[in-house]
Design a protein around this ligand. Structure first.
Ligand SMILES: [Zn+2]
Ligand SMILES: [Zn+2]
Length: 275
């Protein structure tokens, strides 16, 4: 198997995604408490101590809340940008064991490659990730105000992408949030709307992507059916009927296999594609 993932939590109640491949196992974000993380890993049949690295996309609590407690309890390093480290209040200097991962750099863990891409969001050093192993690539981007050309380019070769589909503009406008917060969400450093995701799926999605995971839906300013319909209609308009959409519920998803393209270099991945 080249690469697989499982969302453990999605949205304002806490984000975390487990990714396995190339002999490594990582958590992208740890916005749930350590006990909840352990329970959800247990439901996935995964021993928390077997996680090799906890990567942080940025320091906001719904992504980083449980990271330090979880990593110190189970003994794996944390990773992320220097800005995330400092803004999370984890220390003025990098600590030993903190894996610095700056935009544009590729970090290797066994045969798993992790590339960070800067994203526009109101945090200290927020990043998206492209995670690759065995010829398959997975793009992970939550919390971004817009899809920059850099990110669209970095996701071109991905076989699966997880994107936030945070809000519906009309629901946000008419919803309960104070205007200052509505402005922040709508702004260039805020969050992606269903329509932003739809435009990307229609016009920017890489040709080899067969799986889209919609994540980080607002429970107040969005509806799962609306997000799903917007994404599916956009894929249809783009002639991408072969690409399927999965909604990540607040409690996560089942395992999702990421199948690589025809150029997958290893025989194992080639055999698996026969199934
Ligand atoms: Zn968030
Ligand atoms: Zn955020």
């Amino acid at each position: 198997m080249s690469l697989r993932l499982r969302v453990l939590g999605s949205g304002s109640t806490g984000n975390a995604t487990l990714v396995e491949g190339g002999g490594a196992r990582i958590l992208v974000d740890a916005g749930l408490g350590p006990r909840q993380l352990r329970e959800r890993l247990g439901s996935a049949g995964v021993d928390p101590a077997s996680v090799d690295l906890v990567l942080l996309s940025h320091e906001h609590g719904d992504h980083a809340r449980g990271a330090v407690a979880f990593a110190s309890k189970w003994g794996m390093p944390l990773g992320g940008t220097r800005g995330t480290w400092q803004a999370a209040g984890l220390g003025a200097e990098d600590l030993p064991g903190y894996e610095r991962l700056e935009p544009g750099a590729t970090h290797r863990l066994g045969k798993l490659a992790i590339r960070a891409i800067a994203v526009p969001h109101d945090a200290a050093g927020p990043v998206a990730f492209v995670i690759s192993a065995g010829g398959a690539s997975f793009g992970h981007a939550t919390d971004l105000g817009h899809l920059s050309p850099d990110l669209v380019g970095a996701f071109q070769g991905c076989h699966a992408v997880l994107l936030e589909s945070n809000f519906d503009p009309a629901m946000l406008r008419d919803g309960p949030y104070p205007w200052s917060l509505k402005e922040r969400i709508l702004g260039p450093l805020g969050h992606l709307s269903n329509g932003d995701v739809g435009r990307y799926l229609e016009q920017g999605l890489g040709a080899e992507c067969r799986r889209v995971i919609l994540a980080h839906l607002s429970q107040k300013n969005n509806h799962p059916d609306l997000a799903l319909l917007t994404a599916e209609e956009a894929l249809q308009r783009g002639g991408r009927g072969e690409t399927s959409v999965t909604l990540a519920a607040p409690g996560g998803t089942d395992w999702i296999q990421v199948r690589g393209g025809a150029e997958a270099p290893d025989a194992e991945a080639g055999q698996l594609r026969l199934f």
